[in-house]
Design a protein around this ligand. Sequence first.
Ligand code: AHR
Length: 491
Amino acid sequence: MIKMILNADVKKGRINKNIYGHFAEHLGRCIYEGFWVGKDSPIPNTDGIRDDVVEALRKVKVPVLRWPGGCFADEYHWRDGIGPYESRPKTINTHWGGVVENNHFGTHEYFRLCELLGADAYITGNVGSGTVRELREWIEYITFDGDSSLANLRRANGREKPWKLPYVGIGNENWGCGGNMRPEYYADLFRQYATYVRNFSGNRIYKIACGPSDANYHWTEVLMREAGRYMDGLSLHYYTVPGTWQKKGSATQFDEREWFVTLKKTLMMDELITKHSTIMDRYDPEKRVGLIVDEWGTWYDVEPGTNPGFLYQQNTLRDALVAGINLNIFNNHCDRVHMANLAQTVNVLQAMILTEGEKMIVTPTYHVFDMYKVHQDAQLLSLEFTSSLYSYGDEGIPQVSASASEDDHGKIHISLCNLDPNTVADIRCELRGTRRTRVSGTILTSSEMNAHNTFDEPNAVKPVAFSDAALVDNVLEVKLPSKSVVVLTLE
Ligand code: AHR
């Protein structure tokens, strides 16, 4: 029996809706085929953007969409992606399969996509192989309302009014694919670039510095020390890789050992955020600077027979658990984590959506985002508990991951994950500081750890109503099935 105490009168801050953000790179079939099919495609589209994908993503309320990369961003030149399609240059996507990029999806298409999704824009500028001037001019092109040549070029290309551009990343992984820089060098470059990322025509830009990967605490230390006062956010990238980078493991063919290792590695996210935040606290005790986890998710071997540079992988119930655990961690760290972006939205890594020609399916990960959307912009509540252990071999990890929030309508939402694929978790949660009489819920689970949706069986894994929760004298009793994600609402 796991005993929990929910202190509904102890509010721990707002869960920024941007924690439920996404990332779409020019990589494999994410942008091309996934979002963009072109205006002449027989696949139903609006201005070249797939209607089915937009409709599915609108349902989960995508708050922000990061683009154009990733590694791609540090070799992207925005002028290649404006103007008539026939005059856009063909370039090489050196990072992802060496394929030819026709630049048909560029700035105008991206902002149209954001409009259709109702999402905020988050562009990543080219620091690795670009110039300060190039980034400064891109921002003028996007946001300036007056009579400048660049704003007039935007108008000539079909957009009269400037767009809203709230978030700009200054480079991506500049310790690696973004230029192999040392933190001292990048910190200075960041300061230089950030100076010229201007706020035109009332647009206010939140500037995100390239942060560390995994446990590179030295990078965080140097960036905060040398450039902390010039930034609004510092990124963090952490992927769940069950095996090694050489042999990561299959997305669908795995045993319980790999299930256990995957979830154990996912729980590392909590330690990483805690330790990077501790460094940030020394330089920024008011927590003004956000930790922006703008790449996270599972990374497996590609599906057999697919292009290794396209990072196409299936998505099972295990990925649903990874998503549920990470989102609980982000919620519980909402004082410092201001945004997170799942990698990547369509057809790449831990995708929300998979497409094949005109067909489209949603993944178990998608369903978790749908279930958890109730936390967006809600108040995080104090939820105290010590979990029982899920043991495998001679190792153990917490069996249950959880977070709780109260929304603007006074409804309380508790998201629970049972990491153990074999054992039910009995939970008894005492409610303090509130009186509730009604509980309802939704569950995502299956009898198989590797259950997943396919184009032939698109609804093999989907959420259903959950009835094993009861409220008795203000105590919530839950029988949380093995390998499940559950979201409860208390009224
Ligand atoms: O998401 C795939 C790649 O992973 C991104 O391009 C890069 O930033 C990271 O290494």
